[in-house]
Each structure stands twice: as structure tokens, then as C-alpha cells.
Design a protein around this ligand. Structure first.
Ligand code: ADE
Ligand code: ZN
Length: 332
């Protein structure tokens, strides 16, 4: 069996996926037409051509503008359904999906519009495909603490459908410490905690996510190797890292996939997973991220299987379900 077939066939979990970052240029175009929104692009091809980023901020500007076509419950359903159908196609059997409420509430689109759309698509995917999913509500770190608190309050009617809270958007200048009190409240409410840290920001932001926010997982974290004590801590604690190779390349966190440190992280004993982050913006869903690692770094079958097993270990699934899928990996 070729390595591509193995990548396709093994069961995998995805743990770092922004649903707004799975909006395809075609769907963006169609929803813009539906709502009579004028996009700054003349065609679907022009949208695709605009996906050339200098850094995280240059991506975020386009990503938030793109999300403005999402207006009605049905739009959010379509967005979620398209991603979960892709999961089925790629044999992603479980996914932990981030959504950015403030991107929508700031435009007057409330929880009562996007949550039913998301939840209906998630229920349908479980019923039809057996793909399980859960939600991670992410706070935008470029906005004030008060806005994050207001978001937590607005989410109240939907708490039972949200497993974790996270932190994303512009990292530099917005350290985890800015949100200490919000995450303390979220933790008391029983949410799991994740945070983007060490993508563009320094290793110190990873320490802050651990020490101040009390994270269960770090999103990205690729700059951890700059700090030996942190690397040692991550190894001993087996605190998971959700690494996103194509994202790192597109946002110029690395200038060449051959220089990506994911294999070094694995060799140092860290609990590393592969994820797509914002797949329609970065040129590939989960399997394409695995393929990119095979092409650039020559990762072998055993490493692919370790990464797939890690995706279950690092997930928020019940232990017996983790075991079930990890056992299946060895059969492929
Ligand atoms: N929001 C969507 N993708 C992101 C990323 N890679 N980093 C920070 N915020 C994001
Ligand atoms: Zn991300």
C-alpha cells in the first residue's frame, strides 16, 4: 500500500481547525451573491489569487473579511457541512472545531443564528457518516478582555454544546496574560482550555498559556524548541501541541517546509499532532498536510501512524474511544 493510501485510510482526528477558515472561495462567492454583498474580487479565481500572505496579520485581514458573507443559519450549516463532508472523504473520524463568535457578533450575527447551523450539520455528519465533532469557542485576542467576557456571557444558552474555550487571532502584543480572568471563569464553568501560543509569538507566550491560562493543549507551539526548559516540560507533561504545517508555510512561520521542526519535536518526545488550521486559505486539508510532510521531510509510515495515534491521544474524546481508534490504526 502506498504511503498516500495509508494516509487516506488510517482513522485520524483533527484538533486545530477554524471553521471560518474552511470557507471555500466558491462558497464565499455564492453567499456574497445570495446576500448582494460586493466582494473586492471579480471572480472565484481572483479570491484564490489573493491568498498570498506575508504573515499572520495579512491572512487575518482577508479571513475576517471573507467571513462577512456568513449571515443566516443556513450559511453556517453549509459551511460546517462542507467541512464535515471533507472529513468523511479524508477519513477524519473525529474533529474538534474552533469557531470565532466575535467575528459574527461584532456584525450583529448572534449565537442564535450560527450555533443552530453548526449543530445541525454536526448532528447530520454523526448520523450519516459516524464523524464525531465538538466545539471550541475561541476568543479573539486583539479585542479587549471585556469583549471576551461578553462573549462568554452570550454563549450561556449554548454551554452544553461547547467543550472548550480557546484563544486566537493576532498573537504578537496580545499575550495570554491579557485573558487570565476570562479563562479562570471559563475553567470554573468546566470548559477545557486551549490557546494559540508560540506561532509568531515567543516561547514565553507558551509558558503563559500553561502557567496563567492552565491549558489542556497548545495550538501551534512550534517556537517551543527555543526554550530548553519548556521543551523538557512539554516532554514530561505530554501536553499536546496542535501543529499546522501548511499554515506555518503560508504564514511564513517557516520559509521552507524542509526546515519545519515537527520531526525534531517528535524526536524530542513531544506529543505532536498534525492539523490544517484554515484549510481553504492554506492550500490543503488534513491529508494534504500529511502529504506535505512526506514530500518535504520524508516522514515514513511509522511516523504517519504515530502522528495519527497522537491525534486521538491529544483529543478530548473518552478514553475508550481513543483506544478503539488507536487500535484501528495498527490494522491499516
Ligand atoms: N485564526 C485563524 N487561524 C489562525 C491562526 N493560524 N493563528 C491565529 N489565529 C487564527
Ligand atoms: Zn489556528
Amino acid at each position: 500500500m502506498s504511503l498516500s493510501t495509508i494516509i487516506r485510510n488510517i482513522p485520524k482526528a483533527e484538533l486545530h481547525l477554524h471553521i471560518e477558515g474552511s470557507l471555500s472561495p466558491e462558497l464565499m462567492w455564492r453567499l456574497a451573491k445570495k446576500h448582494s454583498i460586493t466582494l473586492p474580487y471579480a471572480s472565484v479565481e481572483e479570491i484564490e489569487k489573493a491568498y498570498n500572505f506575508r504573515d499572520l496579520q495579512s491572512f487575518l485581514d482577508i479571513y475576517y473579511a471573507g467571513a462577512s458573507v456568513l449571515r443566516e443559519e443556513e450559511d453556517f450549516f453549509e459551511l460546517m457541512w462542507a467541512y464535515l463532508s471533507k472529513c468523511h472523504e479524508q477519513n477524519i473520524v473525529h474533529t474538534e472545531i474552533m469557531f470565532d463568535p466575535q467575528t459574527h457578533t461584532e456584525r450583529g450575527i448572534g449565537f442564535d443564528i450560527f450555533m443552530p447551523g453548526f449543530l445541525k450539520a454536526m448532528a447530520k455528519a454523526e448520523e450519516l457518516y459516524g464523524v464525531t465533532s465538538l466545539l471550541i469557542m475561541s476568543f479573539l485576542r486583539h479585542l479587549p478582555e471585556a469583549s471576551a467576557f461578553a462573549t462568554l456571557e452570550a454563549a450561556k444558552p449554548y454551554f452544553e454544546y461547547i467543550t472548550a474555550v480557546g484563544l486566537d487571532s493576532s498573537e504578537l502584543g496580545h499575550p495570554p496574560s491579557k485573558f487570565e480572568r476570562v479563562f479562570e471563569s471559563a475553567k470554573k464553568l468546566g470548559f477545557k482550555i486551549v490557546a494559540h501560543a508560540g506561532e509568531e509569538g515567543p516561547a514565553d507566550y507558551i509558558w503563559q498559556a500553561i502557567d496563567i491560562l492552565g491549558v489542556n493543549r497548545i495550538d501551534h507551539g512550534v517556537r517551543c524548541l527555543e526554550d530548553d526548559a519548556l521543551t523538557q516540560f512539554l516532554k514530561e507533561s505530554q501536553l499536546p501541541l496542535t501543529v499546522c504545517p501548511l499554515s506555518n508555510l503560508k504564514l511564513r512561520v517557516v520559509d521552507d517546509m524542509k526546515k519545519h521542526n515537527i520531526v525534531t519535536m517528535l524526536n524530542k518526545g513531544l506529543l505532536v499532532t498534525v492539523n490544517s488550521d484554515d484549510p481553504t486559505y492554506f492550500g490543503g486539508f488534513l491529508n494534504e498536510n500529511f502529504e506535505a510532510l512526506v514530500d518535504a521531510l520524508g516522514i515514513d509510515e511509522a511516523t504517519v501512524k504515530t502522528l495519527a495515534a497522537n491525534s486521538f491521544k491529544a483529543s478530548f474524546m473518552p478514553e475508550e474511544k481513543k483506544r478503539h481508534y488507536i487500535d484501528l490504526i495498527d490494522i491499516v
